[in-house]
Design a protein around this ligand. Structure first.
Ligand code: ATP
Ligand code: MG
Length: 261
């Protein structure tokens, strides 16, 4: 995979490149976002925006060349830009409001998008510490999150599980259930787990769980419902695509709650 640039002297941050991207893309790189982005350059997390990985309703994800920060170990970084529009405001509130980490919720649309971004960062930290396989989070600012780029040979972004035929689906299923368990033990429920939010990395087909912004702590009033839905989505997918049947109740019974002190 990506080898780290030899920290050789590169040109000063290349605003040119970003402007180019900004013109191509229109709306997303507005002045406010550009201001947020400059901090990623100043901290040496990214050097320049390289290519678009995905444009969606809720977020645009770009690959960027990494900067000089020692925190970043590979050539590329994934930058997720949360969009204000397209997101159901009420849906976001629902996932944020029951979460004790986000008590003081203001109601402007911009701020809720930024809270969402901070929440994904916090959830990635929590999941990573629990040993779940998620991209390593580097930093967030405003509506932008920088994290480990999940990629394959030649820096191609890894594909979503829905677009891959698995060589050993049983092994991947087992690994995904293990990730759910690890996150739960750390007090976290993904709450949007499906074949769309799992990347399959490399020849070994390692599942990496992404898009964890809506993840809730298990104290959230709907955490149990979200957990059951996550397990159901995964069980359904492996049953329909690979004919592997799972006992959802056994999976749920096998989860250990963290001791709430
Ligand atoms: N760390 C990463 N490394 C490589 N690719 C990534 C990474 N994070 C996200 N992607 C790619 O970007 C896509 C969208 O990311 P994500 O699922 O986090 O956003 P989203 O909120 O679902 O956005 P939308 O549904 O609006 O497309 C993913 O399906 C994946 O292809
Ligand atoms: Mg997604």
């Amino acid at each position: 995979m990506a080898r780290k640039w030899s920290k050789r002297k590169r040109p000063d941050r290349d605003k040119h490149m970003i402007m180019e991207v900004s013109q191509r893309k229109g709306g997303i790189f507005n002045e406010r976002t550009m201001r947020f982005l400059s901090k990623f350059y100043n901290k040496g997390i990214v050097e320049r925006v390289a290519f678009i990985i995905s444009t969606g309703k809720e977020a645009d994800v770009y690959a960027a060349e990494s900067g000089s920060s020692e925190a970043v170990k590979s050539d590329l970084v994934a930058l997720k830009f949360f969009r204000g529009e397209g997101i159901s405001f009420n849906k976001m509130r629902e996932y944020i409001e029951g979460d004790p980490r986000f008590g003081n919720l203001r109601s402007s649309r911009t701020s809720i998008v930024e809270i969402w971004c901070r929440k994904e960062f916090g959830n990635l930290v929590l999941a990573g510490e629990a040993g779940a396989s998620v991209p390593k989070p580097y930093m967030f600012n405003g509506n932008i999150l920088a994290m480990e780029f999940i990629g394959d040979e030649n820096d191609a972004p890894s594909k979503r599980m829905k677009d891959v035929v698995l060589d050993d689906p049983k092994k991947v299923l087992k690994s995904i259930i293990d990730q759910i368990k690890r996150m739960y033990r750390a007090g976290l429920v993904h709450a949007d787990l499906s074949e769309f939010n799992i990347l399959i990395q490399g020849e070994k087909q390692k599942p990496v769980i992404i898009d964890i912004g809506q993840g809730v702590v298990i104290r959230h009033p709907r955490a149990k419902e979200f957990l059951e839905r996550d397990v159901h989505n995964i069980a359904r997918y492996f049953s329909q695509k690979y004919g592997i049947e799972s006992n959802e109740k056994d999976i749920l019974d096998g989860l250990t709650r963290p001791s709430l002190s």
